[in-house]
Design a protein around this ligand. Structure first.
Ligand SMILES: [Zn+2]
Length: 334
């Protein structure tokens, strides 16, 4: 019996479940790990210099198709706090967190966000073609959707909440509360930083409104590489005419029927441009643009920040760059 208990204790110690507590000394900074660089930027704005921050998926990286390395296990193991988007964006992450044996608290930043359903996840087609309520999915409206189960890559709900800056206010509040939970001594700093960043997000939202208001109403239509801009479309009154890559992520390729449907929707609705993105292969988007004679706009920042020195180096920068590119391509005055 004693031997059994001892064996059990050794096993638990190997698993990291017992033994010296994994605590942070007073002199060490809080280690915060985010899944993506966009979340990293939010966390940086709230944490200021109180935390050491890193992202698992790099700049210009694709969270949908990310392949982790052993180094990512160590990063997660060493973390005090892990901030994730959730809603199936980071399909690789549940297992990685489990395998790392980390004791860090994992906080899902979309908790509490009004969800919208993917516009084209199921069929790669528009709402009318998919025989769904007209104008709801196609306009990116709020619509009941099933949240993906842990470890599931995609559900019905669109995870790209950050494409609406007013959702990012919620992300910011969730980050603030998570940081206070991990480091109550710095609560006043986190509160002040969050308030400042929220003011900047509200300013950004107003600027995007001003920019898109110059686009002729008939041109407020979007065709994007993958289904990432639904929340942006819902916020700023764009109709999502179609996406090149079906299924909500970046891995699926359209079948010939999907391609033909998208091409005819572009022609029928007089779509002026197709938008590529920084995280994924845009070859098919270019082919569709060539076939329909519309312009290709390089490259919106969708699921990751751009490299240092690029306009997408920060979230505020990436959203301004996206709004400028969209406005200019659709006939507004950027
Ligand atoms: Zn995406």
């Amino acid at each position: 019996m004693v031997r059994l208990i001892r064996w059990a204790l050794v096993s638990l110690a190997v698993l990291g479940l017992v033994g010296p507590a994994h605590t942070r000394s007073q002199t060490k900074k809080l280690k915060v790990v985010t899944s993506t660089t966009i979340l990293l930027d939010f966390a940086r704005n709230v944490a200021g210099d109180k935390a050491e921050l890193s992202s698992i998926v790099p700049t210009d990286g694709d969270a949908h198709e990310f392949e982790p390395t052993p180094n990512d296990l160590k990063t997660l193991f060493d973390a005090d706090l892990i901030l994730v988007n959730g809603l199936g964006l980071e399909g690789f992450l549940d297992k990685l967190i489990k395998d790392s044996g980390t004791k860090a608290r994992v906080v899902t930043l979309t908790d509490g966000m009004p969800l919208r359903r993917f516009a084209f996840a199921e069929t790669g087609q528009s709402s009318a073609q998919a025989n769904l309520p007209p104008g709801i999915l196609g306009f990116g409206g709020l619509y009941p959707c099933e949240v993906p189960k842990p470890g599931q890559n995609f559900g019905e709900c669109d995870p790209h909440g950050w494409q609406d800056p007013t959702n990012v206010i919620l992300y910011t509040l969730n980050i603030r509360d998570a940081l206070i939970g991990a480091d109550a001594a710095s609560a006043a700093t986190y509160r002040a930083n969050a308030a400042l960043y929220i003011a900047r997000l509200q300013q950004l939202d107003a600027e995007i409104w001003q920019s898109v208001a110059t686009i002729p109403p008939k041109n407020r239509v979007l065709v994007t590489n993958h289904d990432a801009l639904g929340y942006f479309a819902a916020r700023y009154g764009f109709k999502m005419v179609g996406v090149v890559l079906p299924g909500g992520g970046t891995a699926s390729e359209p079948n010939p029927q999907d391609m033909a449907a998208l091409i005819s929707a572009i022609r029928a609705q007089g779509v002026p441009a197709i938008f590529t993105e920084n995280i994924s292969n845009n070859k098919l988007a270019s082919e569709i643009a060539a076939q329909t004679g519309i312009k290709v706009v390089q490259s919106l920042y969708t699921d990751a920040l751009g490299a240092a020195g690029s306009p997408g180096e920060t979230y505020l920068g990436m959203m301004r760059a996206n709004a400028r590119a969209i406005t200019a391509a659709l006939g507004g005055s950027a």
